[in-house]
Unconditional design. Structure first.
Lengths: 199, 318
């Protein structure tokens, strides 16, 4: 079996936002509405005269126990056998319950207006109907044997993609040794995106 | 992570509060009026008012949700009865079925009385529908199945009232919503507002056509429900004060908001409770005090849901 997961090394993310650009072009996200499948938060903390910038990339955590999937009334949100959580845009009625259930702010509405704007912005739009939208781990690329667009484009190698069921995968090692930790594990969502904290 | 961000949602706003309010109250109105009809007195007027007004409330409430769907055609997937077998873990799937069958059962239960009601027969469109032979035949069949229809309505009505709270409870990131007291609070509030609405109906529209003992019972039950609501609100206050930052921030948003404190807790619960106590123990008579108290309960019911939706705080680790 395959269980996809991502590790994000906060020490090597330089906040260039290339992941956001690559993702939006790959997945035609409504950037004009400031909606992104992955987003890099830029935060500053100060201690005395020293100021630190922190870059915190965020995306769907492809939880093993996804709250968004259980609240979905039509079954539009589903999980593949590889653990990737996806949205079937034809089945989604856009009640937005999944967005409220998600603890990682990973979902947003792709509206009728966004579709009209998307046709102008991207030329040809793959999407046909409005629905909730979120990161798919670039499932179409995974099926073609390629890594997600954000992973491929990351200049600092801050995003590492792998298979948790493969014992020799670097991602498995980072998770097993607790060097990489999930966000808000106490909520019981069993996220599959892990973070290596800043040193 | 050294930073935290606290945010409230802006997807489900006043219109969703209206959905929860009208859905819960409409369902409870039907349950209360049908149970009264089955076990207290055969008040046909009360049954008709309960079925018609409760159904209208649920249609308007569900309409609020429907209007805000991104893809309205896909709503067909939750309206088909096998939807819940496909998604038994989704409360919206259950709620949609409850609401659908509750409306069907409510109208069928009241139909035998409606086809005999001269005033309804003179209404445009409604009157024409009620005079149709098909409608009269359906009413005749419904008469035979009234106990069954009543229990379908009572079970789905209870389900709807509880569902409005279970829906919010299924969002794990928000402490204010994700706890077992939410369905209890929303159910108690749904029945309290239903009592208030039926008291308004009985005092203002069918005063001489309904037995006084039913009014007196509703006043007493509503008094108990408001008291229970106050106890639950107080326990919420204690619950959110410690345990999680999300809960604490929700408490700050609620208790620092005059709309919550004065609009809901004082004017929506305490003042109507005091007025109902005075009415029940015979210090006040006449229609004005109890109708005023009931109107305050109704406004409190909406404000509870409005501020509850508004004050759900997400704690993000970025």
């Amino acid at each position: 079996m395959t269980r996809y997961a991502m590790v994000i090394d906060m020490n090597t993310c330089v906040g260039c936002n290339a992941c956001m650009a690559a993702c939006s072009l790959e997945n035609q996200t409504p950037v004009w509405s400031d909606q992104w499948r992955t987003y890099v938060h830029d935060r500053e903390t100060a201690s005395g005269r020293a100021v630190h910038r922190h870059f915190i990339p965020r995306l769907c955590n492809h939880c093993a126990n996804p709250a968004c999937m259980s609240v979905c009334p039509t079954g539009a949100t589903y999980q593949t056998k590889d653990g990737v959580v996806l949205v079937d845009e034809e089945l989604c009625m856009g009640c937005q319950a999944c967005a409220l259930a998600c603890p990682y702010d990973a979902r947003y509405p792709y509206t009728h207006d966004d579709i009209a704007e998307g046709k102008k912005f991207y030329g040809t739009l793959h999407r046909k109907s409005p629905s909730m939208d979120k990161c798919s781990f670039c499932n179409h690329r995974l099926e073609a044997g390629k890594p997600p667009a954000c992973v491929q484009t990351c200049v600092g190698y801050a995003r590492i993609f792998g298979d948790l069921d493969n014992p020799i995968d670097p991602v498995t090692e980072l998770v097993r040794t607790h060097k990489a930790k999930p966000l808000m594990a106490h909520l019981g969502t069993r996220p599959n995106v892990y973070y290596i904290p800043e040193r | 992570m050294e930073t935290m961000t606290f945010a409230t949602q802006n997807l489900w706003t006043w219109w969703f509060a209206l959905y929860l309010f009208l859905g819960g109250m409409g369902a409870a109105v039907i349950v209360v009026s049908f149970l009264s009809h089955m076990y207290l007195r055969e008040e046909k007027e009360l049954v008709m008012w309960g079925a018609i007004s409760g159904t209208i409330m649920m249609v308007v409430g569900s309409g609020m949700l429907f209007l805000h769907l991104l893809n309205k055609w896909a709503a067909i997937y939750i309206l088909t009865p096998w939807g819940i077998f496909h998604k038994p873990d989704s409360w919206i799937a259950w709620g949609s079925q409850f609401i659908l069958w509750l409306q069907v059962a409510a109208i069928l239960y009241a139909l035998p009385y409606m086809v005999e009601k001269p005033r309804l027969l003179h209404w445009p469109l409604v009157g024409a529908l009620l005079k149709m032979k098909f409608t009269r035949d359906v009413a005749l069949v419904a008469t035979r199945f009234q106990p069954f229809l009543a229990w379908v309505a009572v079970i789905t009505g209870l389900g709807t009232a509880v569902y409005t709270g279970l829906l919010l409870q299924s969002f794990p990131a928000v402490t204010l919503w994700h706890n077992p007291a939410v369905p209890i609070l929303f159910t108690v509030s749904a029945f309290s507002t239903a009592m208030a609405w039926l008291l308004i109906v009985m005092y203002l529209f069918i005063y001489h056509r309904v037995d006084h003992t039913i009014r007196a019972l509703y006043e007493r039950v509503d008094m108990c429900l408001i008291t229970a609501e106050l106890v639950i609100i107080y326990s919420f206050f204690n619950f959110t004060l410690s345990g999680s930052e999300s809960g604490y921030r929700s408490a700050e948003l609620l208790w620092g908001n005059p709309g919550w404190v004065l609009g809901f807790v004082v004017m929506g619960l305490m003042v109507p409770l005091a007025m109902e106590v005075k009415c029940v123990f015979g210090r006040w008579s006449g229609k004005v005090p109890i109708v005023t108290a009931s109107l305050l309960v109704l406004s409190g019911g909406f404000l509870l849901r409005h501020f509850f939706m508004q004050a759900g705080v997400y704690a993000y680790p970025w």
